[in-house]
Design a binder for this molecule. Structure first.
Ligand code: SAH
Length: 196
């Protein structure tokens, strides 16, 4: 197996593991009543599609066909090792955020019946650790896929979702939890502990 084929396979395994981690929570979420679903808008669905396109569709086409060939560059072993390491951290964090959120989790912006504000575990220092995990996935993609378009499309696609969603998500949480959420924001960062 060539190094390139190995790097592509690592990306496929990482993405499959990502979905396996999410699956039981997806099933549970379908059974949990939504108390406030006003933000399940067309805009949200477009943002989710853009993110899926960048993290899934574009790299999958590259892995399967090599397209767009002209924008590929030689793969380096160090890059592949780093990509696998980052993907492993992303998967660990993704799993911990689902464990911590439990029935409060939803793919779009929703408040569940008897929604609790989670502030401990991986939620202690940052208020969007699941988005941190997605950025790490996108970074792993950039390291594993030596192609300018397929490598960077995850960072662009998820970046668009994150920056156009995070303000609205925080406004929703503030509306629901009031002073409790303000206090939580005061002692946390968004995605990078102590930095941002
Ligand atoms: N932004 C968070 C969660 C993403 S899932 C993260 O990156 O970790 C999106 C849903 O999680 C939102 O609809 C909201 O209802 C819920 N949520 C976000 N932060 C939460 C928290 N601290 N406690 C409970 N629910 C939260």
């Amino acid at each position: 197996m060539s190094l390139l084929a190995f790097a592509k396979a690592a990306w496929v395994v990482g993405v499959a593991a990502w979905f396996l981690i999410r699956l039981p929570f997806q099933i549970k979420a379908r059974r949990t009543r939504v108390a406030d679903g006003r933000r399940r808008t067309a805009r949200e669905m477009i943002l989710l599609s853009i993110s899926t396109f960048g993290l899934g569709v574009v790299p999958a086409i590259y892995v399967a066909t090599g397209f767009p060939r002209g924008l590929s560059y030689p793969v380096s072993p160090l890059q592949v090792v780093a990509g696998i390491a980052v993907f492993l951290v992303a998967l660990w964090l993704f799993w911990r955020t689902h464990k911590a959120l439990g029935r409060q989790w939803s793919v779009t912006l929703e408040i569940r019946d008897q929604h609790r504000l989670i502030t401990s575990g991986v939620y202690e220092r940052v208020r969007h650790p699941m988005y941190t995990a997605f950025f790490l996935w996108a970074l792993a993609q950039a390291l594993l896929l030596p192609n300018l378009v397929a490598g960077l499309s995850g960072l662009v696609g998820f970046g668009i979702l994150f920056f156009l969603r995070v303000g609205e998500e925080e406004a929703m949480m503030r509306e629901t939890f009031g002073a409790e959420y303000d206090a939580y924001c005061a002692r946390t960062k968004r995605v990078l502990p102590f930095i941002y």
